[in-house]
Design a protein around this ligand. Sequence first.
Ligand SMILES: NC(=O)c1ccc[n+]([C@@H]2O[C@H](COP(=O)([O-])OP(=O)(O)OC[C@H]3O[C@@H](n4cnc5c(N)ncnc54)[C@H](OP(=O)(O)O)[C@@H]3O)[C@@H](O)[C@H]2O)c1
Length: 298
Amino acid sequence: MCETIKMSTIGFIGAGITGTALATRLDQQGYNITAVSSRTLASAEKLAERMKHCQVYTTSQEVADNADIIFITTPDDVIGEIAARIRWHKGQCIVHCSGAHSTDIIEPAKEFGADTGCFHPLQTFASIQQAIENLPGSTFAIEAQEPLLSILKGMSRAIGGYWVILKAEDKVLYHTAAVFACNYLVTLTKLATDLWQDFGISQEQAIKALLPLLRGTLSNIENIGLPNCLTGPIARGDLGTVKKHIEALEKENPHLLNTYKQLGLQTLPIALAKGKINPGKTQELQDILSKQKQGALI
Ligand SMILES: NC(=O)c1ccc[n+]([C@@H]2O[C@H](COP(=O)([O-])OP(=O)(O)OC[C@H]3O[C@@H](n4cnc5c(N)ncnc54)[C@H](OP(=O)(O)O)[C@@H]3O)[C@@H](O)[C@H]2O)c1
């Protein structure tokens, strides 16, 4: 960390999961976290207790008056109104951690001569402790101009993470990708456990059984990579098995049929790229997965 940044004071507005985890990791790396406020005093106090020298303030304006770099780590929906309400100072850096929004939502800070940036940890945080543990190794999507860009790159490195630079117009697609990889993985796991309940096994038992499969899949993605990590009937070109899945869903879980077929169609190019099925087999699978049942509404 360069000396100038070491001397900079850092404030947090919003002492929830992301704010507390980020402040904790930065504090551990020698950054100077000096000011915090939150909607409730209790959250701000809890964050401050983890820091070496951090003052709790009752208003966000006081945080803005007492720090050089200010992170707004509130829910996305209030970041804009907080940024618009505060009287910022020339030369300050204002940063939010939303994945979906660009720096546009904190644009009012620029009118005071402040620099603005986004610093989005590409991670899923369900609790403060888990967030502190998972921050190292995570990638941070940064949107900022120099000199703030270098400051944020330095922070991601200090935390033990990586960074990618995004333009404002990239943010929505970037966040959509995160929803596919994170949130919809949860949805797919839930759908799988629902099917297990159909043959009489509880969600708890199903999760226990499916977790090693999920971990194995993640390990294959990490160690073998796309497209070779793909296994299963589509990767093998097992037409008969895919047909049986479709028939079973038509009979017992018709509400899942469209999802199964759509995901199957998206899996075909991966299987083709893996090279175990040829274009002819791919076409046959595509026909089965695209075929609508007579009278079906989907
Ligand atoms: N959770 C994730 O997985 C994740 C991952 C990456 C990025 N992020 C981003 O991080 C940011 C914070 O999300 P989070 O999950 O950390 O939310 P969170 O745990 O709900 O924390 C938000 C905090 O903001 C405070 N707050 C709410 N309204 C406020 C206001 N008007 N003024 C001041 N403080 C206010 C709340 O304070 P009190 O506790 O005092 O009520 C709460 O502790 C969001 O931009 C989110 O997109 C989240």
